[in-house]
Write a protein that binds this ligand. Sequence first.
Ligand SMILES: Nc1ncnc2c1ncn2[C@@H]1O[C@H](COP(=O)(O)OP(=O)(O)OP(=O)(O)O)[C@@H](O)[C@H]1O
Length: 327
Amino acid sequence: MSLLFEMHDVEKSYAVGHGPRTSLFGRRAPRRLKALDGVRLDIAAGDSVALVGESGSGKSTLVRLMLGLEPPSDGRLRYRQAEFGTLDAAGRQRFAREVAFIYQNARGSMNPRLRVRDILIEPLRLYKICPPADEAARVAALLQRVGLSAALADRFPAELSGGQVRRVAVARALAGEPTTLVADESVAGLDVSVQAQLLNLLRDLCRDMGLTLVFITHDLGVASYLCQRVAVMYLGRIVEEGPTAEVMARPLHPYTRALMQAFPSFERPLKASLAGEIPSPIDLPQGCRFASRCPDVRAACRLEDPVLTRRTDADTRTVACLFPLND
Ligand SMILES: Nc1ncnc2c1ncn2[C@@H]1O[C@H](COP(=O)(O)OP(=O)(O)OP(=O)(O)O)[C@@H](O)[C@H]1O
């Protein structure tokens, strides 16, 4: 099994102003927000992994780090066994070609003055995919690949429906012949039947082309439809990770169970079902960060910070809980 991404104890913190003065002339200590704190995740070629968690849990930050858009503050983040920081210009270009990102706001990510043809030709030229004489045929093939007619090549983004513009975004991502797609809820905000068609498309593409997929979602239904594995995030950390079907059938972490109870989409129901405050990422508590909301909390949970571990070597799942469920 060849590992594409290896993340070990990855941290990302941001400076967010200063704390109070400790004395009349004392300096105010800088305050830092921990967006990611000890993230561990390996992604192998051909994996499909859903990142799920409430708003603010760190999903987008993790993806920005995985795409090399920001460096981690600490920890190890490798792509094909190389640290990002050590990639030379050629290595970075190879990475940018191999790992394609599909923006959540597909329309906003396109130059409104370019026709679809030119939007697709850009990556073909950037990555020298084909000679200029073959570009028109490539554009037609890409449009066909995502279920659009070649005639759409003449249109501007504003002349496309929401579903069509998402398909063009997928075609643009495929133009550089990537091995990995990273997508941020690329179906949110569409009507249900268009959503279903786009999910089918992504699933078929990944299966037929052997692509690796990393998909951010708030919707466990989408996660289970699209991804074989799921990583559940809470306050900057992965608290449970494993095969989606197993995690959903038998959650080990009380937070995953709460997500399951709020199934399929948990953002609002979760706030109602989990009592207790979410700690501030600027001032994380001692012990387990879920303790303040956990229905099964015990005294030890407020003292010891559980790390993400595999309970036996044969286990397909990891969990960060001192007292996992179903044990
Ligand atoms: N540039 C930044 N400066 C300061 N804080 C940041 C920055 N980027 C993210 N954060 C903070 O980091 C935490 C994680 O944010 P992130 O956007 O990664 O969460 P998310 O799970 O993707 O949320 P959503 O589902 O709403 O997109 C949040 O508390 C957020 O406010």
